[in-house]
Ligand binder design. Structure first.
Ligand SMILES: Cc1cc2nc3c(=O)[nH]c(=O)nc-3n(C[C@H](O)[C@H](O)[C@H](O)COP(=O)(O)OP(=O)(O)OC[C@H]3O[C@@H](n4cnc5c(N)ncnc54)[C@H](O)[C@@H]3O)c2cc1C
Length: 150
């Protein structure tokens, strides 16, 4: 069996992985406590776009916008890539960010049922059937990536 090697990826290689991603793990933190949630997202021109509902992650990212997103492509124990993107949370409120919000919607709706996970999770908890979807983006300022191969 060939030994596995792990190499650092260039920033272009990292970007290529982010562009292919439709799912990632969003990490945020508040008062020395980390919080990681799985989330659907789309990467375009240095920004991740996502749909969410109000809750802990939004509350925390409003207070501390420094976040990260981890994505990977796993094809086997010795054949994978993993990228961590560090960036800043930005809520796409209206009317200031109407254009960006429409752009987010356009990108996200390419995935079938793109809105269902966020809203279904919230519907479980909502006392009333009133759900206010929220769009946000993360401006990616740096990336690191590792590639395993044999
Ligand atoms: C494949 C997949 C795709 C998803 N895509 C989206 C998406 O696009 N947008 C979106 O908003 N959400 C998505 N979710 C759900 C997301 O992971 C969170 O569960 C959800 O957004 C609620 O997060 P919150 O911080 O608002 O939690 P809150 O409703 O505020 O609840 C906080 C409490 O619930 C616990 N909790 C919250 N989420 C999880 C979890 N995933 N696993 C275990 N415990 C949890 C926390 O530890 C804490 O105790 C997706 C989940 C999966 C599995």
């Amino acid at each position: 069996m060939n030994p596995m090697t792990i190499n650092e990826m260039t920033s272009d290689e990292c970007s290529a992985v982010l562009v292919r991603a439709s799912f990632g793990r969003l990490g945020c933190s508040l008062k020395d406590q980390a919080y990681v949630v799985p989330i659907y997202l789309v990467y375009d021109a240095s920004y991740f776009y996502a749909l969410s509902t109000e809750g802990r992650k939004i509350e925390w990212m409003r207070k501390n916008p420094k976040v990260c997103v981890q994505v990977d492509e796993f094809q086997g124990e010795s054949n994978w890539v993993s990228v961590i993107a560090y960036g800043e949370y930005q809520e796409l409120t209206e009317p200031q960010f109407t254009q960006e919000r429409n752009h987010a919607r356009h990108l996200l709706e390419k995935r079938p049922s793109w809105w269902q996970t966020a809203l279904a999770e919230r519907e479980l908890k909502a006392a009333k059937n009133i759900i206010d979807p929220l769009f946000f983006r993360i401006h990616v300022v740096s990336t690191t990536g590792l590639r395993a191969s044999d």
